[in-house]
Design a protein around this ligand. Sequence first.
Ligand SMILES: NC(=O)c1ccc[n+]([C@@H]2O[C@H](COP(=O)([O-])OP(=O)(O)OC[C@H]3O[C@@H](n4cnc5c(N)ncnc54)[C@H](OP(=O)(O)O)[C@@H]3O)[C@@H](O)[C@H]2O)c1
Length: 391
Amino acid sequence: MIINFARFCGLSTKNKIYHGINNLYLVERFIKQTRPFATQNTSKQQHLNHRYVLIERPVNRSVQLTDFSLTTSPISELNSNEVLLKTLWLSLDPYMRGRMSAGKSYVQPVGIGEVMVGQGVAEVVKSNDPNIVPGQIVLADVGWQEYACLSSKDIIPIDNTNTSFPLSYYLGCLGMPGMTAYFALQEIGRPEKGETVLVSAASGAVGQIVGQIAKLKGCTVIGIAGGNEKCTYITKTLGFDSAIDYKNKSVKQLTNEIRHLAPNGINIYFDNVGGIIHDSAMLNLAIQGRVIICGVISTFDQLESVDNGPRWMRILLIKRALMQGFLVTDYEHRRNEFLNEMKSWLENGQLKYREDIAEGLQATPQAFIGMLQGKNHGKQLVRIAEQTVRS
Ligand SMILES: NC(=O)c1ccc[n+]([C@@H]2O[C@H](COP(=O)([O-])OP(=O)(O)OC[C@H]3O[C@@H](n4cnc5c(N)ncnc54)[C@H](OP(=O)(O)O)[C@@H]3O)[C@@H](O)[C@H]2O)c1
């Protein structure tokens, strides 16, 4: 049944709360709230699944609320070796914008009428696999929905037994964005003490970790972010050396500001955005600089048009620089190595992490669009449901 989802939208308050865990590190969370669903069909006592499907592809335009539709259906029966998952936390990530386009990429696009993709932290509520028990908390590609039936081989159990990290962390600093920062910076960037690292989208899910790891490695770190609040956050709270607010600035202005802060050039540019910020960073590259191509969020809405940007081959040549693309999926086999070090940095208070939380599945499309526009303050998440309390 397709429901006009506008009836269900209705973002209300945006509160900022601080949440301490073991007094060791600080979780800063922005909470956005919406009204909850009725999750049971009371006449038949049958559980319903609410989910967002893609109904329109944004072609050379921004994503709109009307690109998604809310549908309701009964929860499907499980086949053998399948598990039924209740989504607790849903991650909203820039790559989802790419999956809305029909264009060829490293993965298939979301089909029209299909559930929007997304990784979540979920609770097993039913299992047809003897090795997976109800109550287990897992990481899985649940999509934008309350319940998902998946093969048990497609879930990653979360081991939080000897630690008390918020489960949402497994979608952020202890999940895909954290892994991206950790491996891309260290494997491609290879930061050395005394070098200068520039990172764009610096207050976001990936960027905030990149800058802090670079500081742990003894580098000077410059962050580029949109607006004064984000710039203050990365310098005052996260300890970056300096910040540049890129909003409403030309390539020339940005180039000059980077040059002023890094007169000897940028050794590592961690590129989360592409576009004119990339251009300005390239004009400041040091000899033997390394450029990590992690994301191109500034160009997402023009991916279908011909790119007429400047060509950087000459700069790569004269600076003997390295530019390399990165995909986090190539490092899945090293997840435990990443988790061990990241958990110890968090526990020792060497790393902080900020989250931006929207409340309820209905808040998902708006929160996603907001994240693409830079309205998120830290890792964008949606809290879908509470974990079942077990005696
Ligand atoms: N290659 C991989 O394996 C991999 C894995 C994870 C993420 N990524 C990429 O890494 C980048 C950051 O991802 P994230 O999850 O950490 O997201 P995020 O930074 O938490 O959120 C996206 C941020 O992008 C910035 N932004 C939006 N439009 C922009 C524009 N036109 N110019 C400059 N900045 C813009 C906004 O911050 P401001 O307010 O500062 O503008 C926004 O908050 C994305 O490009 C993503 O696709 C790649």
